[in-house]
Design a binder for this molecule. Structure first.
Ligand SMILES: Nc1ncnc2c1ncn2[C@@H]1O[C@H](COP(=O)(O)OP(=O)(O)O)[C@@H](O)[C@H]1O
Ligand SMILES: [Mg+2]
Length: 317
């Protein structure tokens, strides 16, 4: 028998974090903790307070109430606590005319890596982010995906125990996103705790050990992605109907009457149903009767995206 695994002490403990701008409360008492080797995805609409929370965790702003402990110390008061932190900001924050290596060297020096250790630290950061083969290329000549990875390399060169990425894959193509995900997984393997702020629910579902939904400054739901989805949807499946183009208003009314809702993809409608494939077959027959012959009907497990819609519409939590 294996002994009970001993959980490592948390790297980050934020408790009851409150923050207002003027008389607007942007964070209303948020708790968040992360352990070594854990990937946590922070989700929420624009304006929910995600970046404000990140700034509080980094010690860049002081909470009005509550506390943040990073490796046991308050990063707003104890600069040494910030040494354990790497931040990848949303915008690429590199010197465009310097090479990847020169950029990472600069960040290493700024982060206080002793001069003699800089070359090895820089090499390690480039290996981890798979940017070594572009080491001498000026950053401005790199693709968006390479720039993202170089941005991460700059944030990890001092070997932080917590890496925070604020929307690292906005406007990035799928290959670049997968490359970023691979880097994050490798860091997890090394015991780094990773906090990733993302709008990309597929990314969060695939990558995160835990997710948290921030809504209007409160953490309204938190947990392991698959468990949360299972708890919210039970045996319901998502039925996705793909219709031919040129749906008119009458067609839309028919679809809505069948309980279908439009998705962000044109011509694709969705509904949750505990009747599985049988229900999908009946829906197909019904739509054909209405002259709305589906091009394709898919039945699949509900995802974090379905849960996010529920939470955002305040139907859950
Ligand atoms: N420096 C600031 N001064 C005033 N209001 C701010 C400031 N920063 C953010 N806000 C407001 O606080 C709310 C939360 O912002 P933010 O934390 O950036 O949200 P998110 O990152 O989830 O989109 C927003 O309504 C935003 O307009
Ligand atoms: Mg933000």
């Amino acid at each position: 028998m294996n002994p009970e695994p001993v959980l490592a002490a948390p790297i980050l403990v934020a408790e009851g974090v409150v923050r207002s701008y003027g008389d607007r409360r942007v964070l209303k008492g948020v708790d968040l903790s992360l352990r070594p080797g854990e990937i946590y995805a922070l989700l929420g609409h624009n304006g929910a307070g995600k970046t404000t929370l990140v700034r509080a965790i980094c010690g860049r702003l002081r909470p009005d109430a509550g506390s943040v402990l990073l490796n046991g110390a308050d990063p707003a008061r104890v600069p040494a606590a910030r040494a354990g932190l790497g931040l990848v900001p949303q915008e690429i924050a590199l010197y465009a005319n310097l090479s990847v290596r020169e950029n990472i060297e600069t960040f290493a020096t700024l982060a206080g890596v002793p001069r003699g250790k800089v070359p090895a630290a820089v090499r390690r950061a480039m290996e981890l982010t798979r940017t070594l083969d572009r080491a001498d290329a000026p950053v401005r000549t790199l693709s968006g995906g390479f720039q993202r990875r170089a941005n991460i390399a700059a944030a990890i060169v001092h070997q932080p125990t917590l890496l925070i990425l604020d929307e690292p894959t906005v406007g990035v193509d799928i290959d670049a996103r997968e490359a970023v995900d691979a880097v994050i997984r490798d860091l997890r393997g090394l015991g780094v705790a990773v906090l990733i702020v993302t709008h990309d629910l597929d990314q969060a579902g695939a990558l995160a050990d835990r997710v948290g939904f921030l809504r209007d400054g409160s953490m309204v739901l938190e947990g392991e992605p698959r468990a949360l989805v299972a708890e919210a949807f039970g045996d319901q499946m998502e039925i996705l109907v793909h219709l031919a183009d040129g749906l008119d208003m009458a067609g839309e009314i028919h679809l809505a009457a069948e309980g279908l809702e439009p998705t962000r993809r044109p011509g694709v409608w969705t509904r949750l149903d505990s009747g599985g494939y049988g229900a999908a077959g009946r829906l197909d027959a019904r739509l054909r009767q209405l002259g709305l012959t589906p091009r394709e009907i898919r039945v699949r497990q509900p995802s974090l995206a379905n849960l996010f819609s529920l939470v955002a519409e305040r139907k859950a939590a």
